[in-house]
Each structure stands twice: as structure tokens, then as C-alpha cells.
Design a protein around this ligand. Structure first.
Ligand SMILES: C[S@@+](CC[C@H](N)C(=O)[O-])C[C@H]1O[C@@H](n2cnc3c(N)ncnc32)[C@H](O)[C@@H]1O
Length: 393
């Protein structure tokens, strides 16, 4: 994959399998690393079968061992930097400067002066937003960060040292919060459950020990009453994901956000597109050294595992918990509405080319979406002035 395209996932995961069965928990063929031992112990405690969301949570977030807990670099432009993928704020600071235009309007509109960021990665977006909001004459009184990863929190502290007095890290959400919330590529990092229709029957796909597999892990299906939120036409074999953790996250956010707005940016689709009969291999993808692959059971802890976002499910969870959907648009359209082309004009050629990646349809402009949610009276954010697609959710 082109290192500068951002991760586009392309929606073609290959979480194959479905045979096998609960086996003995033996991590020896995975080299017996500490993470493998933790997964093996979890398998034993769970009776030999782990739902994929529990496996994904361990692979990404097991303290000190999961992908996001490790010291690896993760974000960057090129594999030579030791990075695995690039995100919009890592690609160009113009992303944060354009988003700041929307955040400033939301702060003014909702009468709030704090920014909350979930999943702040290297801290790049936080720095871009703070500096751009200062320049726009709307300095955030506090910039609060919630991130599961202790190593990334350390990196964020370094990136944000010049603004240390205003930045605060929280382990959990307070009972009540006010402000403007941002989250770039955080929903896709939340563990998903796998549902597989095989021979016309629905199963939940989970992880088992498999001494014959190179990774020491395999797939096994169990009958389930769970179903995708949309009926899948046809009776062909079909693999997909459901997102209870991301939806619970948004419901909690809705519950706590007394005044303000939230802007969630990620790759994904509305449910009708997500659960399209032709998308029969699901969207789980892994990212390592700027290559995407679909084998979540290989190199566990050394690569990122993600799934696309079902934006309909996120919007409904937010709405059920009391937030309004203020807008839903492609990232390209949103950033153009925020004035990215004019912001990019004074930049050099290379920087302008990187900004173009954010908005071009065949790069990040169409697959990535922005969902805006509001607490209090509904209003129309400038980022959705043209091209709002809320009606497709
Ligand atoms: C793909 S990275 C994106 C980082 C950054 N936003 C960017 O755009 O470069 C996902 C981030 O979300 C964090 N994360 C995942 N689940 C989270 C949760 N439930 N709450 C807060 N942060 C979370 C990870 O630790 C990581 O920092």
C-alpha cells in the first residue's frame, strides 16, 4: 500500500476459517511470548474459545504487551521510520488546522471552552488543534485526553510539552463533561465481534488454540442468536462484524456530555453499505510496516487490528442515549467545507499534495467519514454546509 495514502482498508478482510474446534491451549508454536501466554491463559479460562472482541482487546491493549501498549512507533509516513500506518494528522498538520475551524465554531455555538480528544495517538492532532485554536482566537481553557495506551500517553506528553499547562490526561470519563469532543481513528480501534453465516446458519466466530497452525491459533464457530443489524440478502456464506464496544462507548459519551458536540472521524459506511450482500468477507484488517493484511491471528501484538465503522450503529447508539446527529459527510467534503483548500494555498508543493490526499475520493476523501453529534439544541455545523449525508444513515 502506498505509504502516503493513509490506511484505506479497502474492506476486504480475510478472517477465514470456521472449522477446527476448541483445542488445548498451547502457545508454544507462537514462540511462547508473554502475550501468547496471556492469550493462552484467557483461552483456558474461557473454556478453549475466545470471542474475537476479547482476543482483539488482548492483542491491542494487554498492559505492557498489546500492540498499543508496546513502544513500537506505529504512526509515520514510511516503513523506514519503523511505523506501520499513517493517519490524517500524521500526514499533514493542515488536517488539524482545518478541523480547528469546525471545533472553534462548535465551542462558540455550544458556549464551551474545553476540547476532549479520545485516542490521541502521538499527540499530533492535539498539538495542531491547540495551536490553530489559539491562532483563531478561541484558545481551549483545557485540552483533555483519554487514551487507553500508557506508552502513547507518554509520547503525547512529549509532543504537547509546549502546552503542558493546559493539557490533562484522564483514565475515565467524569460523571458530567462539557466541551467539544474529537476522535480520529479511535472507533476503528475498538474490538468487534465476528458473525459468520455458514451454510445458511449464523455463528459467532472466535479464536481457539491450534497446535497445527503456524500462529498456534485458529478459528472456530459457535451457534449464536446474535445477528447483524441489517438482514443480509441471499443465503451465501457471509462474514461480518458487530460493534457493541464502539456503540457502548458512544452511549457513555452521550450520557456524560451535558453540553457540547462531538466529531468522530474514521473509515466506514452506513449500515446498508456495511452489511451489503457483496461485502461477504468482513472488514477486519491488520496494518504492519504500511502493508494491510487480513490475518489477525499472525504476529499478534506486533500489528494493528482494525475494523471499519458502522456509522448507522454509532449514530443510533448516540441518538438513543440523547445526542442529536448534527451531520454526516465524507472527510473530503467536510474538510473542503472547513476551508482546507484555502488553508493549503500558502503551503509548499509537498504539503499541498499531502493535503490533497485527505480530500481526494480515491485516497482518504471518500472512505473516511465525519459524524457530528450534539448535546442540547440541534444546529448546523459549517463542516456539513454542503454534502451532508445524514439521510443515508
Ligand atoms: C489508530 S490510533 C489513532 C491515533 C490518532 N487519533 C491519530 O489519528 O493518529 C487509535 C488510538 O485510539 C486509542 N484507543 C483505542 N480505544 C480507545 C478507547 N476506548 N478510549 C480511548 N482511546 C482509545 C489507542 O490507544 C490509539 O491511541
Amino acid at each position: 500500500m502506498d505509504a502516503d495514502k493513509g490506511r484505506n482498508g479497502r474492506g476486504g478482510g480475510h478472517v477465514n476459517g470456521g472449522g477446527g474446534g476448541p483445542g488445548g491451549a498451547d502457545g508454544a508454536s507462537r514462540g511462547g511470548g508473554a502475550l501468547a501466554r496471556i492469550i493462552d491463559a484467557s483461552l483456558v479460562r474461557a473454556g478453549g474459545w475466545l470471542p474475537f472482541d476479547r482476543f482483539m482487546a488482548l492483542a491491542l491493549y494487554a498492559p505492557g504487551l498489546g500492540y498499543y501498549a508496546s513502544a513500537s512507533r506505529k504512526f509515520g509516513h514510511l516503513p523506514s521510520s519503523g511505523s506501520d500506518f499513517v493517519t490524517a494528522p500524521e500526514l499533514t498538520p493542515l488536517f488539524g488546522r482545518a478541523l480547528a475551524v469546525q471545533v472553534a465554531e462548535a465551542m462558540a455555538r455550544t458556549g464551551t471552552d474545553e476540547v476532549w480528544e479520545f485516542g490521541a495517538g502521538s499527540g499530533a492532532l492535539a498539538r495542531q488543534l491547540i495551536e490553530a485554536l489559539d491562532a483563531l482566537g478561541r484558545p481551549p481553557a483545557r485540552y483533555r485526553i483519554v487514551d487507553l495506551s500508557a506508552t502513547l500517553r507518554e509520547r503525547q506528553r512529549e509532543t504537547l510539552a509546549p502546552h503542558a499547562g493546559r493539557v490533562e490526561w484522564l483514565d475515565a470519563l467524569p460523571e458530567t463533561m462539557t466541551g467539544v469532543v474529537v476522535g480520529n481513528e479511535v472507533l476503528d480501534a475498538m474490538p468487534v465481534r465476528l458473525l459468520a453465516r455458514v451454510g445458511g446458519r449464523w455463528f459467532e466466530r472466535g479464536v481457539v488454540a491450534d497446535a497445527d497452525a503456524p500462529s498456534g491459533l485458529g478459528w472456530a464457530d459457535r451457534p449464536t442468536d446474535a445477528r447483524p443489524p441489517v438482514a443480509i440478502e441471499g443465503d451465501h456464506d457471509y462474514l461480518t462484524e458487530i460493534h457493541p464496544q464502539a456503540e457502548a462507548f458512544v452511549a457513555t459519551l452521550a450520557d456524560r456530555l451535558a453540553r457540547g458536540a462531538a466529531f468522530l472521524i474514521d473509515y466506514g459506511f452506513p449500515a446498508a453499505e456495511y452489511y451489503h450482500p457483496q461485502r461477504h468477507m468482513g472488514t477486519v484488517m491488520c496494518h504492519q510496516a504500511h502493508r494491510a493484511d487480513g490475518d489477525a491471528l499472525a504476529d499478534v501484538g506486533r500489528k494493528d487490528i482494525t475494523a471499519h465503522v458502522d456509522f448507522t450503529g454509532i449514530a443510533l447508539a448516540a441518538q438513543d442515549a440523547g445526542l442529536h446527529v448534527l451531520g454526516y459527510a465524507s472527510q473530503g467534503r467536510f474538510l473542503i467545507n472547513c476551508g482546507l483548500p484555502a488553508l493549503a494555498e500558502p503551503a509548499g508543493v509537498a504539503e499541498r499534495a499531502r493535503a490533497a490526499h485527505l480530500i481526494h475520493e480515491h485516497e482518504m476523501g471518500e472512505l473516511f467519514k465525519v459524524l457530528a453529534l450534539g448535546a442540547g439544541e440541534p444546529w448546523e455545523p459549517l463542516g456539513f454546509a454542503q454534502g451532508d449525508r445524514s439521510h443515508t444513515l
